[in-house]
Each structure stands twice: as C-alpha cells, then as structure tokens.
Design a protein around this ligand. Structure first.
Ligand code: DAH
Length: 339
C-alpha cells in the first residue's frame, strides 16, 4: 500500500504539461471526488493500526504535492495564455522591488504644513491658472502698478485676463472671498514666473503662503509665529525683520534667520554675514481687506510667503534648483524625511 502511494507521489512530481485540459484531468484523477486521494482516505480504516501513522503521513504528503502541482501548472498556463508567452510576464517590474522616497519638495512642504497645523492653521489651495483680480488687483496691485514688474508673468494667449499665478498670495484673496475671519490658513502650491532658468531661479517653483486674520492681530503676533516656525523648521532661534515693500502688506518685512558662521558653507551661503533671507511678510494692507469685504477697522491680520525650493536647498545643501525637476534617481534616492 505504502509503495503504491510512493509511486503516485513520483507520478505527481514528474507530471508536467503545457495543456490546461491535461491539468484538469490530472486534478480529477488525484483530487477529484472519486479520485485517488479520496479512495486512499477511504482505505484508511482498513490499514493495520501500526501502519496508520506512516500511511496518514504519506497520503497527506501526496495530497499536498498534487494540490501544489495543479496550482503551479494552472497559474503558469493561465498567465501564458494571457500574453501568449510561456508564463513569462515581461511587463512585471524586476526584482528587488525598490521602495520609493518622497520628493524633497514634498518633504519640506509637509514639514511646513505640520508645523503650522500645530498652531491652528488649516491648509487651503487655489487654481494655478488665475485671473488678474486674484493674483494682482485685489492684492493692491492695480493695472500699471510698477510693482507688477517684480514678478514677470506668463499670460494666457486666449484671454489676457488669465495668467499663471506668480505667487500663492492669490490663494489669500480666494480664501478671504469665501471665508469670514477668524482666518488662519496656509496655502502651498506651484507658481510660475517668466524668468530665465539658472542654478538659482526657475520659471516653475513652489511657495507656501500664510494668512492670519482676526480681531487684534498685531505685528508682534507675526514675529512670534515666524520665530516659532524657524525654530521648528531649522532649529534656529534668532530672526530679524528688515523693512521692505510688498503692495499687499503694510508695513512689510523681509525675514532673515541667523544661520551662523560655523562652516565654510555657512560663509558661502550667507555671504559672510551669517544671515539668510527666507521669506516676505507683513500686516495685510487695509486695501486688501476692503477689496475682500472684510472691515479693516474691525479686523487686522498678517501674511507671509516663502519659497519651498529655497528652504529645501538650505536644508539639504542643494546647489542647483534645476536638480528638483530633472527626476534623476541618483538625486531623488538620497532624501529621507526631515522629521
Ligand atoms: N508674494 C510674495 C512673493 O511672491 C511673497 C510674500 C511677501 C507673500 C509678503 C506675502 C507677504 O504674503 O506678506 O514674492
């Protein structure tokens, strides 16, 4: 009896075919209802007690081998009929399957979002194709305002009122249009400028805009918020606000962080000063509030805007902005979360 099972086992192990019908016949023969295995199981009660153990083991072994054989042959042949090959799926990715990493722009963006979420900011977005009103006019930049030249604009040919947004400040105006204060929002996104591409600047880049409007918001709130941000983002706790000009804020400031002068790179990137400019900010101009039907005698607010590439370049010491967009795996693979 045991010998017989061994013969079956050999038959199972040697079985091979390119024909699905033969696989089915094989399946019926061994594991079908009236198949060999069921016959053997029925035989079990007649086996002398001292042989029962070995007999049991043998039929289980046979059952396993036959089931496996059927599954393997079926899988291979079904695959083969799919692509008329011999079970070889040329479209499958090779091994080992590499796990991807996040793009450095996404890493930095997510970190900024996380930092501001902790102090009650939500995240908002707006369209990349904007109209003149939301990108310029409502932000206190009427037509012919000289400050429009600060941002060379791509206009859409079909309709000169449409453009590719030059900054995420356009999301401020969209947000104020549809929300009443208190407003506390940050708006990350892609922006476009008609600029020559170089190691320092690109015609497509990313910004994060911040907007906080409520009763009694002051310049001191702005400074504290930015200080908290720079501590969390860079681990640096010294900032300075230099007077500057933006049409949508009054007063306006450029924000520098004290980076330090410890290494040669520090000297190079801060031009020997130790200070680095990281964003623009200011108190939202009353004209902007008025344009958005928010009463400036009741509400005040601050806004800020920063470039994500610039921050990523500082954090990761990336020398050329073009590297972000080339999708070179050797570059992308290097990024682990900043957390
Ligand atoms: N939109 C400005 C730019 O793209 C950055 C900016 C400056 C945004 C000051 C602000 C701000 O919200 O208050 O250069």
């Amino acid at each position: 009896m045991i010998k017989q099972i061994d013969q079956y086992l050999e038959e199972v192990n040697n079985f091979s075919t390119q024909d699905l019908k033969e696989v089915e016949a094989f399946r019926i023969k061994f594991i079908g209802k009236k198949g060999i295995l069921n016959q053997l199981f029925a035989e079990f009660k007649n086996v002398p007690n001292e042989e029962k153990k070995v007999f049991g083991q043998k039929i289980n072994q046979l059952k396993q081998a036959a089931t496996e054989k059927v599954n393997i042959l079926k899988a291979a042949l079904e695959n083969a009929t799919d692509d008329n090959l011999t079970g070889l799926d040329l479209s499958r990715p090779g091994y080992p399957v590499e796990i991807g990493s996040r793009h450095p722009i996404s890493l930095v963006k997510n970190k900024i979002i996380e930092i501001f979420k902790h102090i009650g900011f939500n995240v908002s977005e707006g369209p990349e194709i904007e109209d003149d009103w939301h990108n310029f006019t409502a932000l206190n930049l009427p037509e012919y305002h000289p400050a429009r030249d600060m941002q060379d604009t791509f206009f859409l040919q079909q309709n000169p009122d449409w453009l590719l947004r030059t900054h995420t400040s356009s999301v401020q105006t969209r947000y104020m249009e549809s929300h009443q204060p208190p407003i506390r929002t940050i708006s990350p996104g892609r922006v476009y400028r008609n600029e020559d591409i170089s190691a320092r600047s690109h015609c497509i880049f990313h910004q994060v805009e911040g907007l906080y409007i409520d009763k009694g918001v002051s310049f001191a709130d702005l400074k504290q918020t930015l200080l908290y941000f720079t501590k969390e983002m860079f681990g640096k706790s010294k900032i300075r606000l230099r007077p500057s000009y933006f049409p949508f804020t009054e007063p306006s400031a450029e924000v520098d962080i004290y980076w330090g002068l410890e290494t040669e790179t520090d000297y190079r990137i801060t031009k020997g000063t130790g200070w680095l400019e990281i964003m623009g900010a200011g108190m939202v101009d009353p004209n902007v509030l008025r344009n958005m039907n928010i009463a400036p005698d009741e509400y005040t607010g601050f806004a800020f805007g920063m470039g994500i590439e610039r921050i990523a370049m500082l954090l990761y010491q990336i020398p050329d902005i073009r590297m972000f967009y080339e999708n070179d795996m050797r570059f992308l693979e290097q990024f682990k979360p900043v957390l």
